[in-house]
Design a protein around this ligand. Structure first.
Ligand SMILES: Nc1nc2c(ncn2[C@@H]2O[C@H](COP(=O)(O)OP(=O)(O)OP(=O)(O)O)[C@@H](O)[C@H]2O)c(=O)[nH]1
Ligand SMILES: [Mg+2]
Length: 385
């Protein structure tokens, strides 16, 4: 019979084995192992450690942006667009460091009704500028994703060539949200692009709502892309928006439409003659172009360059930029006020309750507002003590 190995000492033959013929059985009953309570304790091992992806440091962002690193530029803009308080602080520090490198780009705002051809125009105009050796950044203030739905998606396909151009950088819009901040976010994104070395910044917005005014307040040249239309339509067009523009471009001046585009241009010029110009010393005029067929695009640039030369010589260019700094401050104050108010825990708690009461007709709007502010101010006083 083979001898059991050491560690099997204590093993027994099974009861049913024949003790007279032990060599016929190889089965054994192994002795159990005594286990202490402490051995059964499950060791705490963290199996799925949550990965914390730490973003680039302030210094990395600063250096990256100055070197024109696109990834860092995109990260810096993401930081600016974030609504988190610690991101806000970091983005402000970054801006403070970058500010000396800003201000050299030409800032151009582009607006027009949905379908006017803004995106196609930016593709054509942006590519034209890149071919001239300039670096072009495109930013968008775009509420249309909620109005016409998914126009950013459309833009990606309409700006395909520009998206692939190494001299261009395209960034879709920050979302509006209740706390606002679109003005600040776009303005600051623009400054970061300037620090990254972009020569021309194009800010696109759909011509609805308040956005034209916001863009007008942050650009040097503001252009309106329009379509051909009958005289009556032009008369009915909001005078306000025409008075914001430094140039009106009748797009889609191609094929059979060309002749109508020329007529529309004349019509616009007639109306513009009676309007207050947007920029002192500069007569806003209408022109035709075809974004799709790249016609008249060089003329757009000539108009803008002439505008720059004219307004820089008269000082209007610099006056406007100084005034815009002031506007930026007020816009930030408004953001801050809104953010403080809506993020206040007392306000947050009361708002939905008051909303329901107002809808049910059991509370007046005035009393809700009065109480909300009372709570807000009281909690502010409490904080200050
Ligand atoms: N014939 C012609 N079609 C054009 C021209 N420019 C744009 N289009 C067409 O007009 C349509 C709308 O163009 P977009 O560039 O998307 O217009 P948009 O103003 O950006 O529109 P939203 O993003 O919805 O506000 C597209 O089908 C374009 O191909 C042009 O110069 N000529
Ligand atoms: Mg578009």
């Amino acid at each position: 019979m083979r001898k059991c190995p050491n560690n099997m000492a204590g093993d027994k033959r099974p009861e049913w084995s024949d003790p007279t013929q032990p060599e016929k059985f190889s089965s054994v009953v192994r002795k159990g192992v005594e286990v202490k309570a402490s051995d059964t304790e499950v060791k705490k091992t963290v199996r799925f450690k949550k990965k914390t992806v730490s973003g680039p440091s302030l210094e990395e962002l600063y250096q990256g942006v100055l070197q024109g690193d696109r990834t860092m530029l995109a990260r810096a803009i993401t930081l600016i667009e974030s609504n988190a308080e610690h991101h806000f602080k970091m983005s402000q520090e970054l801006l403070h460091k970058l500010l000396p490198y800003t201000g050299k780009a030409l800032r151009i705002g582009i607006t027009g009704v949905p379908g006017a051809g803004k995106s196609t125009f930016i593709e054509s105009f942006g590519t034209y500028l890149c071919d001239l050796g300039l670096k072009v950044a495109v930013l968008a203030i775009d509420p249309s994703s909620s109005i016409s739905g998914g126009s950013i998606l459309g833009d990606k396909t309409r700006m395909e060539k520009l998206t692939r151009n190494p001299r261009a950088f395209i960034r879709p819009s920050p979302s509006e949200g209740k706390l606002g901040g679109v003005h600040r976010k776009t303005k600051e994104s623009m400054l970061v692009c300037e620090a990254a070395g972009f020569d021309v910044i194009l800010v696109e917005t759909v011509g609805v709502g308040q956005n034209e005014v916001i863009v007008r307040d942050m650009v040097d040249f503001f252009m309106l892309v329009v379509l051909t239309g009958a005289g009556d339509e032009l008369q009915g067009m909001k005078k306000g928006i025409m008075e914001l523009a430094d140039g009106i471009f009748v797009n889609k001046a191609d094929g059979d439409n060309k002749i109508f585009a020329e007529k529309t241009k004349e019509e616009y010029n007639r109306i513009l003659h009676f309007l207050q110009p947007a920029t002192r010393g500069w007569q806003t005029r209408a022109y035709t172009c075809s974004a799709l067929y790249h016609e008249g695009i060089d003329n757009v640039w000539n108009v803008i360059k002439a505008f720059e030369k004219n307004t820089k010589a008269s000082g209007v260019f610099y006056d406007r930029r100084r005034w815009q700094q002031k506007q930026w401050m007020y816009s930030m104050i408004n953001d801050q006020l809104r953010m403080n108010f809506y993020n206040n825990p007392h306000v947050k708690e009361l708002l939905p309750k008051f909303e329901n009461e107002i809808i049910a007709g059991s509370r007046t709007v005035a009393s809700a507002v009065e109480l909300l502010f009372k709570e807000f101010y009281q909690s502010m006083n409490y904080k200050q003590q």
